[in-house]
Design a protein around this ligand. Structure first.
Ligand code: FMN
Length: 530
């Protein structure tokens, strides 16, 4: 094992929550000191995007056949929609004098460490260059201008993380949550692109240092040191009839660009330091890789009866804070539709092109036609013998579905266990079902330590699919980052690090908090212009 792998495995061990104590985090939190969830760059030209909130006619179920959706032309309006439906605001919530924005992409603690950048290779709709997306204003801040734009119009989206925004509340475990959020953001981007008839290529080959140069994140004097952004991922947006451009071609454009602006302070006092997050970042740095894409035959998920448009589902997505523990059971077909949408050959995963490493262990509480108990959905059937070997020998492994690798393991009421495992949170037991995402851990990290981040991205992407599928099934979901890692492993019988649980999720009938007021996502822009 090399030093980086040892480092990241130590990080993983050290940031486990246990029944006895939580991973190291701040002892006190001053809410007035919360880092600004919106990043602004001073000294950049700002381009307002067309008014947000436009409805698209594409139905959510049509996203099952993305190739049948007519591609929108590439222009400022469609790019605005892409960014809004991925990373834009979805509403404001309020309680007494406090107001906070929610976005189309979720984030642990609503802290939003993810920043999004647009790269436009020619002057087609904005001057060619790199732009930071400012979701608060729904505008683009021009970070640089290319001097030799290409003749072809192409767009790329780059994502980065401000780890400190998350660590402010969650301390050492925050690095994990930042990676989950990237997975959610990738999912959000895919759904938004598919709604416009576009698709996404994740450029997994790109080195972190290249992504940093492309997005200007390596321009150290442009950022306050503790508020720097770490490069994560680069995506090429594929629009019908546009030839794909290699990312190395945009490296050449950036090399001769003029840069503008500096990042404003996030206006927070840096009371605590979490140096282990910098160590984890370094240990999992991605270099230029040449992994062949993992390809599979695409298969339709089981049918959905949702009649809403994709943009409605995307904008209405929220996390449930409480569930109705007396709900009537979730319909059998809805349950299996939700699960089938997370499979590696389902359309929402088509752009991942990496071998699936994550399976779902499901605590069924209230699902029509299923006895309460523990089940597993294998997203890769070849893992069956290894999981059977690793899990409790008393599990029954009764196959319970004709088309899905869905097995019943144990029958019994697991509500209390599910709640306890998820840091005593009732959202894990009052729902229709909750689940643990269990990843092939050791073997993945043996390839390269950066796979640590990719495993969390895969979990985040599954989480984003679950969020939207829950809405389409007239339910609601919530990501669960707080769980007692090794207690989950103990319940499943997992004894070493061959498999590790990396994320939890829960879906049920939400109970709304009537004390909260809701206001429109971009009402503040109308107030400003009136
Ligand atoms: C990675 C991740 C972990 C989360 N963990 C929890 C959790 O443990 N408990 C919880 O109640 N909500 C959790 N959430 C939900 C967030 O609090 C929620 O996404 C955030 O407040 C924004 O609200 P929204 O999802 O309605 O936009 C998590 C979300 C994500 C993305």
């Amino acid at each position: 094992m090399n030093a980086q792998t040892t480092m990241i495995k130590n990080y993983h061990q050290r940031t486990k929550h246990t029944l006895q104590h939580y991973a190291k985090g701040p002892e006190t939190i001053d809410w007035d000191d919360q880092p600004d969830p919106f990043r602004y760059f001073s000294g950049c030209t700002r381009y307002a995007l067309p008014a947000p909130g436009q409805a698209l006619s594409v139905l959510f179920t049509e996203l099952d056949q993305p190739q049948t959706i007519t591609a929108h032309a590439l222009n400022l309006k469609s790019v605005g929609l892409l960014l809004e439906l991925s990373f834009g605001l979805s509403c404001w919530k309020g309680f007494d004098a406090n107001r906070w924005a929610l976005r189309c992409n979720p984030s642990s603690g609503n802290l939003h460490p993810t920043e999004a950048y647009l790269i436009a290779t020619n002057h087609h709709f904005v001057p060619a260059g790199v732009y930071h997306y400012l979701s608060y204003e729904h505008s683009l801040e021009q970070r640089c201008q290319f001097h030799e734009p290409t003749t072809e119009s192409a767009i790329f989206i780059g994502l980065s993380s401000i780890h400190w925004r998350e660590a402010w509340k969650y301390g050492e475990r925050a690095f994990r949550y930042c990676q989950h959020d990237i997975g959610h953001a990738l999912g959000a981007l895919r759904y938004a692109a598919a709604s416009l008839g576009w698709s996404i290529d994740i450029l997994f080959t790109a080195a972190d240092t290249d992504i940093a140069s492309l997005l200007g994140l390596n321009r150290q004097t442009d950022f306050i040191p503790k508020e720097h952004e770490s490069p994560d991922v680069l995506c090429r947006i594929q629009i019908a009839d546009h030839a794909p451009m290699a990312y190395l071609d945009i490296m050449a454009l950036v090399a001769q660009a003029t840069w503008f602006g500096t990042a404003d302070s996030l206006r927070a006092y840096h009371l605590y330091d979490w140096p282990i997050i910098d160590d984890a970042t370094l240990a999992t740095e991605k270099s230029l890789t040449h992994e062949a894409p993992w390809l599979t035959t695409r298969q339709d998920p089981l049918p959905s009866h949702c009649e809403k448009t994709a943009s409605q589902i995307i904008r209405q997505r929220r996390s449930a804070q409480q569930f109705d523990g007396k709900m009537s059971p979730l319909a059998h077909d809805k349950f299996f539709r939700i699960l089938s949408a997370t499979l590696p050959n389902a359309p929402a995963f088509g752009f991942w092109q990496m071998p699936p490493k994550v399976d779902l262990f499901i605590f069924v509480h209230r699902v029509d036609g299923l006895a309460p108990g523990l089940y597993v959905l294998l997203r890769e059937t070849s893992r069956l013998p290894a999981l059977q070997q690793a899990c409790l020998s008393s599990f029954s492994w009764n196959k319970h579905h004709d088309d899905l690798a869905f097995y019943q393991l144990y029958t019994g009421d697991l509500k209390l266990i599910a709640k306890t495992l998820s840091c005593h949170q009732p959202i894990a037991s009052d729902s229709a079902f909750s689940l643990a995402m269990v990843a092939e851990f050791d073997a993945s990290l043996a390839i390269t330590p950066w796979k640590y981040r990719q495993l969390f991205w895969e979990c985040g992407l599954i989480g984003q699919i679950l969020y939207l599928e829950a809405e389409a099934a007239e339910m609601r979901g919530t990501g669960i980052g707080c769980y007692f890692d090794d207690s989950v492993h103990e319940v499943l019988g997992l004894k070493d690090e061959t498999f590790q649980s990396l994320y939890h999720f829960t879906i049920g009938k939400a109970r709304e908090d009537q004390r909260l007021q809701t206001s429109p996502a971009y009402g503040h822009l109308q107030l400003k212009s009136s």
